[in-house]
Design a protein around this ligand. Structure first.
Ligand code: DPM
Length: 353
């Protein structure tokens, strides 16, 4: 039904989203930011279910399919049924299928993990729970780090969207607490349920956690130019370093890999770690690199290079390359110390669970 000219067609921007409440809230926030920048366009939200939304009884780390939350939405992008799709960056693989790119990474919210206790434990902390208390998480990364730190606690899978998980926690007696991303709880307006924040010295976060990504057709220059108005350069540089680290390790959500990044005085710092499933074996290192940003000049005309799946128009290419290089370099350091062996064993044990 592409009848009008390109100008007319583009005055309606169709935005794809998953159907969960969190996905809808995330998409609404992106549409609001776009509306502020481009008030003349009309925005239409197209919601759909993905495989990840339908398989609710299996831990993410066990499903194996990489594009669990993205495939249906990418099909819609490919068929021109939507023009952009909003995702949690953390759910996007480090290599996207050909023809797609992340056109913008928005300003990151808290990347930390949060503990939500059962109402009967409201005044507790993880270190004051009774021995053998059960903590709900299906994240191998969270479980590995917390098993090491709190050896007297037990960890059990929990799946479903945020609403389902909180319900499972509150209405049953199966879990003493669950671990969730603080960003998701904030976006849902449930910050009052956050009883404890896990800072990186206690639990490193997931690659891309807390940042929203906008996926687009890689060749759709108009939409790329539009969404790059939402790009947050410090966030994009941190996330490129994190994703490059993950990519070089050949990680994904089926292995325990964790990170922490910051930018101070033009230095991009990256801490990265890998763990055995029970956390008893681990490797963690930190490296930094100078990022000439934001004072450096932007390179000439738009380049359409992707950096670990991200097209960061308007961000100096040298800075993007430094961030990507830092991630790969840190991964190489961990690989030289035996990261591959740790991850291979973790993957095998997880597959056999
Ligand atoms: C990925 C993981 C989880 C999600 C693995 C991890 C958590 C799974 C679980 C890759 N994606 O973090 O180690 O706890 O069983 C997900 C959430 C958000 C994006 C929810 C959450 C919202 C926060 C954000 C699920 N993906 O982590 O509590 O935008 O980062």
């Amino acid at each position: 039904m592409e009848t009008g000219n390109s100008q007319e067609r583009r005055s309606v921007i169709r935005v794809g989203t998953r159907k969960s409440q969190l996905a809808r809230i995330q998409t609404d926030s992106v549409v609001e930011m776009l509306t502020n920048k481009f008030p003349d366009a009309h925005y239409e939200i197209v919601a759909m279910s993905t495989t990840g939304d339908k398989i609710l009884d299996t831990a993410l780390s066990k499903i194996g399919e990489k594009s669990l939350f993205t495939k249906e939405l990418e099909n819609a992008l490919e068929r021109n049924e939507v023009d952009l799709v909003v995702h949690s960056l953390k759910d996007l693989p480090t290599t996207l299928p050909p023809g797609f790119t992340i056109g913008a990474v928005c300003k990151r919210e808290s990347p930390y993990d949060a503990v939500v206790f059962h109402p009967k434990n409201a005044a507790k902390r993880l270190d004051s729970l009774a021995t053998n208390s059960i903590i709900g998480t299906s994240s191998l990364r969270r479980a590995a780090q917390l098993k090491k730190r709190y050896p007297l606690l037990e960890f059990k899978d929990i799946r479903g969207n945020l609403n389902t998980r909180l319900k499972k926690l509150d209405e049953h007696n199966d879990y003493s607490a669950i671990i969730l991303a603080a960003a998701g709880l904030h976006r849902m307006g449930w910050e009052d349920r956050i009883d404890q924040i896990l800072l990186p010295e206690h639990c490193l976060y997931a690659v891309g956690q807390g940042a929203l990504a906008i996926e687009v057709r890689a060749k759709d220059q108009d939409i790329l130019n539009m969404v790059c108005a939402l790009q947050d350069p410090p966030t994009v540089l941190r996330c490129i370093a994190e994703r490059a680290f993950m990519k070089r390790l050949e990680g994904g959500c089926s292995v325990p890999v964790a990170v922490c990044t910051s930018i101070e005085d033009s230095q991009l710092h990256l801490t990265g770690a890998v763990y055995s499933l029970d956390g008893s074996d681990s490797l963690e290192e930190t490296m930094q690199r100078t990022i000439l940003f934001p004072h450096e000049e932007v390179d000439g005309p738009n380049d359409d290079d992707q950096h670990v799946g991200i097209t960061a128009l308007g961000v100096p290419r040298k800075a993007l390359e430094s961030a990507e290089y830092l991630g790969a370099e840190l991964a190489d350091l961990l690989l030289s110390k035996g990261a591959k062996e740790i991850l291979t064993v973790a993957r095998q044990l997880n597959d056999a669970r």
